[in-house]
Design a protein around this ligand. Structure first.
Ligand SMILES: N[C@@H](CCC[C@H](N)C(=O)O)C(=O)O
Length: 316
């Protein structure tokens, strides 16, 4: 089967994106497409596969996201900016409610964060801090900067479901080896957190937050949007930033602007604005039955967008 795709990134978190609104594949077949196209050793590569899917209810369109290991995530916020852009280009809208597997989000085109950098803001309101919501099998009360019994780390974590699961800890300096060890431990789906988790080490300073994330189903990535959103909420919950304060969140791949909202119903909200950069278009031929990539090639690169993003990064 032939797939047209766009190669895109949000803050350096990169993905092949397929307009799947008219494609009827099983979940298993999409998992196969994700494993083949997001394979870093293959001709395309990425931190997962993004799908633009039809909307349901009040949503104009939807997003699905598969990690490179074939698992499906509840959300992907860097990816959502790219999917929203693709949805806007397909529908003519410039703001919309976007459906996710277990929630939804608001997305809107906003002023470019730098010249030529197409920018989107996404806002989510479904943040769940209950241990059950995060997938932890210990604790009745939310973990807010608290040690988690059974986790092989003495650090104090804030646990949040965005709704994908996040464990966030604030550190003086990021020790990548320690982050990888803990991320690998979670990847083994231990009884403490059988659904696994995204783990972030975060530094907070006057210039904002810096987030380094070990992503579930991927490993260390240059950036994770839901982790940046979770880290911003964790920073507000622990008094490191004010509720509603505009914060710059940096990572290895780039940056976003973030803003939290303290909600009266107990479910906090967070908006992040950042790039939705399309770097190339391509086409891939996949034998779904055999689980084999027959061919993949880039048909066009978006040189002006690549240059605009590079200029932003150079100034960081
Ligand atoms: N990179 C994403 C998150 C992708 C899903 C994650 N690996 C998970 O399994 O939860 C983002 O930008 O949010």
């Amino acid at each position: 089967m032939q797939f047209d795709f766009i190669h895109c990134h949000g803050s350096g978190n990169d993905f092949p994106l397929i307009d799947a609104r008219a494609l009827m594949l099983t979940d298993g077949e999409w998992a196969t497409v994700a494993r083949l196209l997001a394979d870093r050793g293959g001709p395309v590569g990425g931190d997962g596969l993004l799908l633009l899917v039809p909307g349901r209810g009040e949503t104009a369109f939807g997003q699905r996201m598969f990690n490179p290991d074939g698992s499906e995530a509840e959300t992907c916020l860097n990816g959502l900016r790219c999917v929203a852009r693709a949805g806007f280009e397909a529908t003519g809208l410039d703001r919309a409610r976007v459906g996710l597997p277990k929630s939804d989000a608001l997305a809107a085109r906003v002023a470019d964060i730098a010249p030529g950098v197409v920018s989107i803001e996404t806002r989510i309101t479904s943040i769940d801090d209950t241990p059950t919501g995060v997938g932890l099998t210990v604790g009745d009360a939310p973990f807010v900067e608290a040690t988690i019994p059974g986790l092989p780390s003495n650090r104090r974590f804030t646990a949040l479901a965005m709704p994908n699961p996040h464990l966030v800890t604030f550190v003086d300096a990021i020790d990548e080896r320690e982050l990888i060890e803990l991320g690998d431990w979670c990847e083994a789906a231990p009884p403490l957190i059988p659904g696994r988790a995204n783990v972030s080490f975060v530094t907070a300073g006057p210039a904002g937050l810096f987030v380094r994330t070990y992503e579930r189903g991927v490993g260390l990535t240059d950036s994770c949007g839901s982790a940046m959103a979770a880290s911003t909420v964790a920073a507000a919950r622990t008094g490191r930033i004010g509720w509603g304060e505009a914060v710059v969140v940096r990572n290895r791949g780039g940056m976003v602007r973030a803003r939290t909202e303290r909600a009266a119903d107990g479910y906090d909200a967070v908006a992040i604005a950042g790039n939705a950069t399309f770097t190339a278009g391509g086409v891939a031929e996949i034998d779904l039955a055999a689980g084999r990539l027959i061919s993949a090639r880039i048909t066009a690169t978006r040189d002006a967008e690549i240059a605009a993003w590079d200029a932003l990064i150079a100034g960081l």
